[in-house]
Design a binder for this molecule. Sequence first.
Ligand code: SF4
Length: 674
Amino acid sequence: MDEVVRFGTCTKDCYGSCVFNGIWNDNAIEHKLLYARPLKNHPFTKGFFCSKYNNRQELLYHPNRLKKPLARISLKPENNFKIISSQQAIEIIAQKVIEIKEKRQEKSIIGAFYAGNSGLISMHSPLRFFTKIGGTVTSAGLCNEGGCESLKKIFGTYSISNPLQIINPATSLIVIWGSNLSESNIHAYFLVKQAIKNKTKLIVIDSRNTRVAKKSNCFLQINPGTEHLMVTMLVKALDNQNACDIEFLKENIDSYSSIFSDIGDFDENKLLSQIGINFERFQEFVDLLVEHKHHTLFMIGYGVQKDFYGGRIVQSIALLQILLGNIGKQGTGLLYSQSDFIKPITLPILNYITSSTISSNLKEIPLINLGKALSTGDFKLLFVYNFNPVSSLPNQNLLREALLKKDLFVVVLDLFLNETTNYADIVIPAKFDLESSDIITPYYFPSISINLGGPCPYSDCMSNYEFFQQLAWKVGYKKSAIIKESEEDIFNKCLNMLPQKIYKDLISKGYHLLFDQTQIPFKNLKFPTLNHKIQVQHINLRFGEKELNQKLNRKKNEFILISPSHSYFLHSQLGQLNSKYYEDFGRIFLNPEDIKTLDVDIDEEVIVSNEYGYAKYILAELPSLKSGIALIYSGVSSPYNESTNVNLFTPDIPEESGLSGAYNSSVIKVKKVN
Ligand code: SF4
């Protein structure tokens, strides 16, 4: 058997962005990818995949994978289709586009996408079509955008540190704030465990007693949305102990003293009770921060900013590192999203992929507001790719109703039937990430890597670009330069646009790293702000009192809702490989003490409701959860009750600074079913 080895990168919306060797048999009739072997020499992913996606070849050739285009044969919402040819599918959709163009309603054609495949070409090349047509696309996102925007206001960038600081011998304390590393960022968890072995201390702040929390020297189990209250107390405590690095502040921040004067007086006991911790635990935290000053690294998870004020919450956490002078030195820093480091390199590529020089004709709406936008009736043709909105977007009832509008034609490109295809008029079978060449820019580990596309055994499957190219040709744009190139040409041109060193690394080893272990970004403390100093005047620790009161002053059967990803799923993906966990999506998890206060037993059915929605769930216990919090996993619907989805209860009011999802801002009521 002739084996072909191709570099691959996992394009899932995940911290890992694992790089591997794909071993292919191009001559096989169907199972062409034999297996994937993660690269051992990669300093972050170190030769191991997560257990949820170890066997990608099983997903690639899964019996349920879509192989032919489908056309609806029943009313929505239902996955009931007949097979049609690719030619028929393209003709039907092109006809819709032409009708809309004739009415000069091009802006009513909308493309909605996210990071289901995070390859740059996969995500952004369809913009060539929408630009050409003069349509609308979604912008911003659902995840870390609030935190990114808010950090940019302080540092001029949201990427401050090198993740290899985790194992820098100068790091003697790591503070993990709101990140369930052991499940969602297993490679950083591996490094943290290595650091612990080397005597680095660990503080974990979370509302769940996670695996990494169990390894910590100090665990603060706090109420979600109270992070800034803790920072308020910490600023005062650090100031009282003269622990702030005044020299650092004087040199790098204008009018830093207002930070201390703005804190004012507060009732310490009230704040502690709102945060949900006792004074002794708080003092332990302060003592560790003081003891390890100039040797402390902060890691902030994305969950803390899934709040209406998420950006400000992230800013307040960053303030602690600034006050302690824990920036720009070996063994210090702030890890959040590191994708800003690569942007100066990839910006020309992105402009080329999207043909953005002529993009002025493109209208944008925030992704989070897709449901609201569709409800207006202004949109007639919706394309969905790299995205499962009928699982992932908040305020599902609004979105689902909007998708039922009679005059809205919906085209979905996907690998499998799912919640969103329930609303599709036409479904196009998508190619897998590994079946197209692409460029990947990880958001955690500062690097760039590639996928070298292998053959797809199903002739009707299309990549996003291939589909939109065929559609554009059918609509009459055959001669247009921006739709002319093949996908492989785009990929090769992108590679050639990169600096020589990066190009060589990508061709020879599949990835290029921006930093080695010793490199400290912003060592000179010159940030990309107007005066190159850190801008703390944007930080205000007084906000969200009304929303917080609503969260904290709940009735007996009300709970703060959190909706993390399930450890065996990536949002709504990977269910085909991990179907034994499907049942978890029909459950609502509470702390056993909270369950005792309800007149319901474990495994009984309960009604979950709030102002956004209503559904039945099975009650389950989760001792690691803080009292007062309810957990429903984000992702798929329960196979036993298809109407369940945690986003029935989440608000579509965006986070204020980055317009991302404020998913953890809901309170729900749990009642026994009568
Ligand atoms: S899902 Fe994440 S950890 Fe798992 S293989 Fe992909 S990138 Fe790696």
